[in-house]
Design a protein around this ligand. Structure first.
Ligand code: ZN
Length: 241
């Protein structure tokens, strides 16, 4: 099975459409949360994933837009965007997001937005956190998002753990290893590469391949400005930060 794995769409329909076009035909689409928040097209992104029957979990920004988590830990711009998103969400978008869980297992892979230890909030950014997280699930693979940085944390059968940032074209052959893998962000990349990020999981070969695709950043920026969202949320898209 060839699976498109995406995360952190953040209401950026222009980036999502570019990724879906670049993915082409896949057997399934898995989304690791934060469908909304920051970007100006939350309903359109939800509708697109819903129509594609994507397996999707919720992230902290989805829960914030639903009013299910406090905005205390959000910075000013993120909180402003969460309030805007909450007011912009159509009832059917709200209902669809509210029906998603914080984690799920599909094809022997665990999907969690932050980490298998704390699916909503934890950032896996280093080997120490990853090592603890690898004890929190049984299968070979946990797919995570939340950091917006394409990366992998691979534990070989001898116990050795390798943490790596991932760039376009990188391939991970799982073999006997166990891993946490992050596709990066579709709608708000933060690794100084403004192109939308995603990965393809081949479940038969047990391989993960990281990809990037350009998208019309200016179109997404214009929508953010027109919506009255904080202008920095538009500017950062051009820098990939
Ligand atoms: Zn996010």
């Amino acid at each position: 099975m060839r699976v498109g794995v995406i995360s952190d769409v953040h209401g950026n329909l222009d980036a999502l459409e570019a990724v879906l076009a670049a993915l082409g035909s896949v057997d399934a689409l898995w989304c690791l949360g934060d469908v909304v928040g920051y970007g100006a097209a939350p309903n359109e992104c939800v509708a697109r994933l819903r129509a594609l029957d994507a397996v999707c979990i919720v992230g902290n920004h989805d829960l914030a837009a639903l009013g299910e988590v406090s905005l205390d830990t959000f910075n000013g711009e993120a909180a402003a965007a969460a309030r805007w998103t909450a007011s912009a969400l159509a009832p059917e978008s709200r209902a669809w997001l509210a029906a998603r869980g914080p984690s799920t297992t599909v094809e022997s892979a665990l999907l969690a937005h932050g980490s298998p230890y704390d699916p909503v909030w934890e950032y896996v950014t280093n080997g120490r956190t990853a090592a603890r997280c690898l004890t929190c699930f049984d299968g070979p693979l946990c797919l995570i998002g939340h950091t917006h940085v394409p990366s992998s944390f691979v534990q070989r059968p001898d116990g050795q753990l390798q943490a790596e940032y991932r760039v376009e074209g990188d391939v991970l052959e799982l073999g006997e290893a166990r891993a946490l893998a992050n596709p990066g962000s579709v709608g708000q990349p933060r690794d100084e590469d403004p192109r939308a990020a995603y990965l393809v999981f081949d479940s038969e070969r047990a391989t993960l391949t990281w990809h990037r695709t350009p998208y019309p950043v200016a179109a997404a920026q214009e929508k953010i400005i027109a919506a009255g969202l904080p202008p920095r949320l538009a500017r950062r898209l051009a820098a990939g930060l």
